[in-house]
Write a protein that binds this ligand. Structure first.
Ligand SMILES: Nc1nc2c(ncn2[C@@H]2O[C@H](COP(=O)(O)OP(=O)(O)OP(=O)(O)O)[C@@H](O)[C@H]2O)c(=O)[nH]1
Ligand SMILES: [Mg+2]
Length: 431
């Protein structure tokens, strides 16, 4: 059998600089776009920031810039141009025609990466739904002038698939069916979540910008087994593992998809169910990459996304900040971080690779989780045994003894909400 090699993808990455974006900032954003492109398994042949004085409705760039880019495309055999902004469908299509290459904007790029990474059924359905939502606005697009370059179900796939999608009604049907499948998968997930909620273990969810080190921390603190890689969006699907706490008790930790600035709304919507988990966690751990020059801006991006899903400190959810990768920062910078974190008790400096600060962080997690807990001593009469079952379900039983007459004595750790419920509904059992 003769194997036909797919033609290689050589990408040109462009970061449009509008207004007064600083040189340093645009350089970093360009680097991020190049990393995103590489996360697709595409080779970046050239990359550059490109000043845009006025956005043109039809082609985005003015004719001079378009010619400059044409020259780069010819010089480097480029067959994919990534433009690090959101393009209107018409702009994208016109540029594809002028340059005779594929053109992908930032949203398309992120969706494509998600399509590649999604491994679970829910993940795949969510990405597919987001992709169709994005494609719906681009139905007029024609791919026929572009040869098929890669298989798979992503955007860079060939014309066969997109031709089908050019039928609006079929697309609507497809979206409807996907939505139904997704609802089914989500019902199962909600059920699992309810089960987890009923379990006494608290849930600690890792959140943060992509590549901050969430999975690395997850693997250090739990049995792990999650992929940690220097690649944007290495993790897409959520994983749960037992998190052993210093006192010997257990919590559950979840590792999930990372955030990025300008996360496409279609994607945030599609991943709402995954993000629900974040929202319902007892504690969030915001992992930050302190070696990243845009760390502060990424922090703001993460807080904003959390806000948009009604999670995080602005929504009464406890959160710890973890300053990761301190092994990579200068001594001066580290000293300044220490200075700042002294003022902020819920901030921990760590390095996953050098094993720095992990024990202190674990203590901090336990303290935060049990901060508002109440330890209650109870004696339950045989007629009240349903209270015993409730306590086992909702609390952490620290000690339990059955007395001769069948009474049950217990010492139980309860969240303040559950302690309140016990006081209201079964005050007779409290010693
Ligand atoms: N030097 C250094 N590298 C680290 C540290 N923690 C994580 N890394 C590296 O950073 C890269 C990204 O780590 P991950 O744990 O995959 O990051 P993530 O936040 O899960 O990223 P996504 O799943 O892609 O959102 C990997 O190459 C890690 O080895 C650290 O403390 N120091
Ligand atoms: Mg990860």
């Amino acid at each position: 059998m003769i194997e036909v090699e797919a033609s290689p993808q050589y990408a040109l990455v462009l970061h449009p600089v509008l207004g007064r974006e600083g040189v340093k900032h645009s350089k970093l954003k360009l680097e991020e776009a190049a990393l995103l492109t590489e996360a697709l398994g595409v080779k970046v042949r050239a990359s550059q920031s490109i000043t845009v004085r006025e956005i043109k409705a039809s082609n985005y760039f003015g004719s001079g810039k378009i010619e400059e880019v044409s020259a780069i495309i010819a010089e480097h055999d480029i067959n994919l141009v990534v433009i690090n902004t959101a393009l209107a469908p018409i702009q994208q299509r016109n540029l594809e025609e002028i340059w005779n290459t594929k053109v992908v904007d930032r949203t398309g790029l992120i969706l494509e990466i998600f399509a590649l990474r999604a491994a679970t059924k829910e993940g795949r359905l969510q990405v597919e739904l987001a992709r169709l939502g994005y494609e719906r606005s681009r139905l007029v697009r024609t791919w026929t002038h572009l040869e098929r370059q890669r298989g798979g179900q992503g955007f860079l796939a060939g014309p066969g698939e997109t031709q089908i999608e050019s039928d609006r009604r079929m697309l609507a049907d497809k979206i409807g069916k996907l939505q139904k499948d997704l609802d089914q998968v989500r019902r199962t997930r909600a059920l699992q979540r309810t089960k987890r909620k009923r379990a006494p273990e608290r849930v600690v969810a890792l959140v943060g910008y992509t590549n901050a080190g969430k999975s690395s921390l997850f693997n250090r603190l739990t049995e792990g087994g999650v992929l940690e890689k220097d690649m944007l969006f290495a993790t897409l699907d959520t994983t749960h593992r037992i998190l052993p706490l210093p006192s010997g008790q257990n919590a559950v930790m979840s590792d999930t998809v990372g955030f990025i600035s300008d996360l496409p709304t279609d994607l945030v919507d599609a991943f709402r169910a995954t993000l629900e988990e974040v929202k319902e966690a007892d504690l969030l751990i915001h992992v930050r990459d302190m070696s990243d020059p845009l760390s502060e801006q990424h922090k703001q991006d993460v807080l904003q996304i959390l806000d948009s899903i009604e999670a995080g400190p602005n929504h009464d959810q406890s959160m710890i900040e973890v300053l990761n990768k301190v092994d990579l920062v200068s001594n001066e910078f580290r000293a300044s971080i220490i200075g700042n974190s002294k003022q902020n008790q819920s901030s921990f400096m760590i390095s996953c690779t050098k094993n720095i600060g992990l024990d202190t962080l674990l203590d901090g997690i336990e303290t935060e989780l049990t901060k508002s807990d109440h330890v209650v001593n109870v004696t339950i009469q045989p007629k009240d045994m349903q209270v015993r079952a409730w306590l086992h379900q909702h609390g952490i039983v620290l000690d339990e003894k059955i007395l001769e007459l069948g009474e049950c004595q217990m010492r139980v750790r309860l969240t303040s909400v559950n302690a309140g419920k016990l006081h209201t509904h079964n005050p007779q059992v409290i010693n």
